[in-house]
Write a protein that binds this ligand. Structure first.
Ligand code: HEC
Length: 113
């Protein structure tokens, strides 16, 4: 009986500890946020660069072909995605996982590497 009470207490305690830890990580991004190089370039190349490139229809509002050329537009790019305005309607959209990765990238301050 004593042993059972101890186990129950232990389980309650570790449950609380787990909850506290997960509350700290409210954004579910984990310890290693995505970077431009590790993950985001592939998504941006596939879903944005067809228009946001030199000579493309969206050249005047941002060329996303490289990190350097995209840098001034990073905050705005997330706002457009978050609002569902980009990619333009009728073109391949970000999957939920890609959108989540983009948000984690933003939360981390849009790291390049
Ligand atoms: C099919 C072409 C196309 C694709 C794909 C596309 N865009 Fe755009 N984007 C445009 C055009 C055209 C404009 C300018 C007109 C407008 O704002 O709708 C634009 C404008 C923008 C703007 C400026 C909006 C403003 O009001 O300042 C941002 C930011 C942006 N796009 C981000 C993105 C991101 C991020 C992606 C990829 C996830 C993306 N776009 C994919 C065509 C595209």
């Amino acid at each position: 009986m004593k042993k059972f009470q101890f186990l129950a207490l232990l389980m309650a305690f570790s449950g609380t500890a787990l909850m506290v830890t997960s509350c700290d990580k409210s954004d579910n991004c984990g310890d290693t946020p995505p970077t431009y190089t590790s993950e985001m370039k592939a998504i941006i190349d596939a879903k944005c660069v067809s228009c946001h490139k030199t000579g493309g229809p969206a050249e005047s509002v941002g060329v996303y072909s490289t990190y350097a050329s995209m840098k001034p537009y990073l905050e705005q790019s997330w706002k457009e995605i978050d609002a569902g305005r980009m990619p333009q309607a009728g073109f391949p959209q970000l999957t939920d996982a890609e959108k989540a990765a983009y948000e984690c990238w933003k939360n981390a301050g849009f790291p390049e590497n």
